[in-house]
Structures are given as C-alpha cells and as structure tokens.
Design a protein around this ligand. Sequence first.
Ligand code: FAD
Length: 345
Amino acid sequence: EPSEEDAEEAALKKKLSAYSGVWVFVEQTEGEAAKVSWELLGKGKELAQARKCPLCAVVMGDGVEKLCAQAFGYGAEKVYLMDAPVLRHYRTEAYQKSLCALVEKYKPEVILMGATGLGRDLAGVVATVLATGLTADCTGLSIDDKGNLMQTRPAFGGNIMATIVCDKFRPQMSTVRPHVMPMPDFDPQARGEIVREPVPVAEEQVLVKVLDILMDGGGSKVDIAGAEFIVSGGRGMMAKENFSMLEELAEVLGGVVGASRSAVDAGWMPPDRQVGQTGKTVRPKVYIACGISGAIQHLVGMQDSDVVIAINRDPEAPIFEVASYGLVGDLFKIIPALTTKLRAL
Ligand code: FAD
C-alpha cells in the first residue's frame, strides 16, 4: 500500500507536470524591444531543448505585432501576443493581470524576464499573485536531472554563488540582468506561430494613468552597458578631477568611462556609471580597470569582457586574476602615457 508520503509525492508530480514550456517575456518601450529579451531567448532555447518543450515569447503592448517576427528570428517557436491600447505604456496592474491570465491558461514551467526596472517590478508582482518562486538577478540557468530549473545568483554580497531550485511550485520564475547571457544569432527566415490572446483588462479598471512622459537627461546619457570600450576608475583615482584623465583615454578609444562603487560613493562619478553587482553588468570588447582592486562585487559586473586590462600599483590586487593584461605601476604615469601613445597611432 502506498504510504502517505508517496501519495503526496505523486500529487506534487502531477501538479508540476501540468506545466510545460519555457517562456521569455519580451520587454518593449514604444514598440522597441529591450535587448535582454533576445539574450534570454538564446538561453531559453537551451533550457527548452533540455526539457524537450517549446520555447515561447510573450509580447505585450499596443501595435507591437512586428516584434513577433523578431522573436522568431531569435529562436521562439511560438509567440503569445496581447495587443491593445490599454497595454501601450507599462503599468503594473494591467501587465500583471494580462500575464497572470496567460500563465493560468497555458501553464508554462519557466518564465524568464530581464532584471530591468520593468522586469523586476512585473516578475515580483506576478510571482506573488501566482504564489510561486522567483529568483532575481540570476547569472546562470540550467536544468537539473529532475527537470527543475537551477537558478544561480550571487549571494551574501557576492561572496558566494547560491543555486536556487523552486521544486514545489510552477512556473519557475527568474530575472536575469542585461548582458549576462550572450546574444543569440538572428535568423531572418525563421517563422513560428502567433497566438493572439484577448487582453483581460479594461482601461477603467486600471487605476494608474500615464499623463505625460518626460525623458531623463535628454540625449546626453551615457549607456555603459552597451559600450565596446570602457575605461573604469576606482578609489585609486584619488579625486574627481582625475577622472578627466580617464575621459581623455576613453575618447581616444571611442569608449566611455565607468567606475567602481567606491568612486561612485565618493561622488566622483554618477551612479549610472557603476559597474558591478549593485551597478551594471558590462561585456565590452575592452575593459580597462584603473586603480580598482577587483573586489568580487566589482568582478561579477565585468569579468565577461573580451579583454580586461588592469592598471594597479599593487601586484597582489585581485583584479590581476581576471586581467588579460596587467600593468603594475602608478596609474598617474601610465594612463597619460597610454593616451599619448594611442593618439599617435
Ligand atoms: P579599493 O578596493 O580601495 O581599491 C583601490 C585600488 O587602487 C587598490 O588596489 C590600489 O592598489 C590601487 N591604487 C591606488 N593608488 C594607485 C595608483 N596611484 N596607481 C595605481 N593603482 C593605485 N563595488 C563595485 O565596484 N561595484 C558594485 O556594484 C559593488 N556592489 C557591492 C555590493 C555589496 C553588497 C557590497 C558589500 C559591496 C559592493 N561593492 C561594489 C564594493 C566592493 O566590495 C569594493 O569595496 C569596491 O569595489 C572597491 O572599489 P575600488 O576597487 O575602487 O577601491
């Protein structure tokens, strides 16, 4: 006779097996998709293959059907499309109700979203309403031998990597920061199925109204996350004025200036330039770290750069462990010399 425990296990298995498919939420603003959504389709494909289930994209917005073709190009087999004026601007209530309705109807086993402002907001509220688990800011995702999603993320201030499994609830939800997963190839020939779903929310039911949209900072904002060359400064720069030296080097390279948290905390650079666990994750072609020791919280944000060049006077600095090239010496001598040399090329 089966024990009570066996019966419980069988009931859990049955509950979980009702869910199938890997979903990627395609974040968009004014019809323009966030790149992280495509990065997640790349990762999602791997997970879907491991689970032998379809990879689907969820596209929500107003007049956003053109994003479906892009989603197919990046690997989705099916797109669930919710297209209506009520979804024109991101509003938590409207998007949450729409996504929850989709999940309840089609029961995906995995949902991935970008760890952007929007993704963090939506994933949190959807996971709460569905009473399931959510792992934020994952840096690694894979499937274990029981078919559960293994979600790896830094924990305890980046001192350990924790692998989290949501083995009793579905869907399994994760957010992943932009630039953590590589961009998949785009296949312009790819086609798939579009499943059009009615939006289950009427404008009168949404309490938040968007009256106006003000763009922050005009066109002058620097996006370090998308830059190919980054020259970053840390506490070793000693003062705000000295960052002009980094601006010059960055200009010669056609890049931008980033910073460690110490430099940001000191007020030498604005917070949107911070690289690392509580800043941005970057993957440039070349990352030049100047006067940065290489604390783990900094490394997690830049160690996937193609080439890392470290300039530090301390030969034992941990930054040299991830550096492709290391220059041990005084940055106040090395950086101007480097800039002069590069300018002469
Ligand atoms: P330091 O560690 O003080 O290093 C300065 C370096 O400059 C030294 O190695 C020194 O040898 C070198 N130096 C000094 N003078 C010269 C010179 N003249 N020439 C050459 N080299 C010189 N940090 C981040 O960067 N990003 C994050 O997102 C982040 N998130 C965090 C989250 C948490 C929860 C915690 C606890 C910490 C976080 N930190 C983060 C902080 C992190 O632990 C480190 O304190 C920080 O990265 C150190 O910054 P730094 O390398 O600029 O300074």
